[in-house]
Design a protein. Structure first.
Length: 123
């Protein structure tokens, strides 16, 4: 299993995400045996999480926006010419420049992580 080879981190989260997707987003009902196997796999992956990762996973699972995003259909619309051009420009820029960390962008804009986390949409 990839998660076991690479320890904790994104790979483990990917494994949990894949297990959950298999269980709920396949568009077909799992057999009792398949469901039991997927649940066992999910339990094994959760057992490997650090306490902070468990907390983060629960927050995401219980957040209605996160659930809506996870259950949203795949965006299968074709890119517009403008979007394709913007992506090509960005990819070209990345070939010659280092990516800018999110925290640096926030700092340059004068925004803190806490402000983002506490942001509420105006009524």
């Amino acid at each position: 299993m990839r998660a076991a080879q690479h320890g904790r981190g994104a790979t483990l989260s990917d494994g949990i995400g894949q297990s959950v997707k298999t269980m709920y987003n396949t568009g077909r009902r799992l057999s009792v045996a398949d469901l039991k196997q997927e649940k066992q796999r999910l339990h094994e992956l959760v057992d490997r999480l650090a306490p902070t990762q468990i907390h983060a996973l629960l927050q995401v699972m219980l957040d209605p926006v996160s659930r809506a995003v996870a259950n949203a259909p795949v965006d299968d619309e074709a890119l517009t010419a403008e979007e394709a051009h913007a992506l090509a420009e960005a990819r070209h820029w990345l070939k010659h420049n280092k990516p800018i960390p999110h925290e640096q962008v926030l700092a340059e804009l004068g925004i803190t992580r806490k402000e983002i986390e506490e942001y509420k949409e105006p009524a």
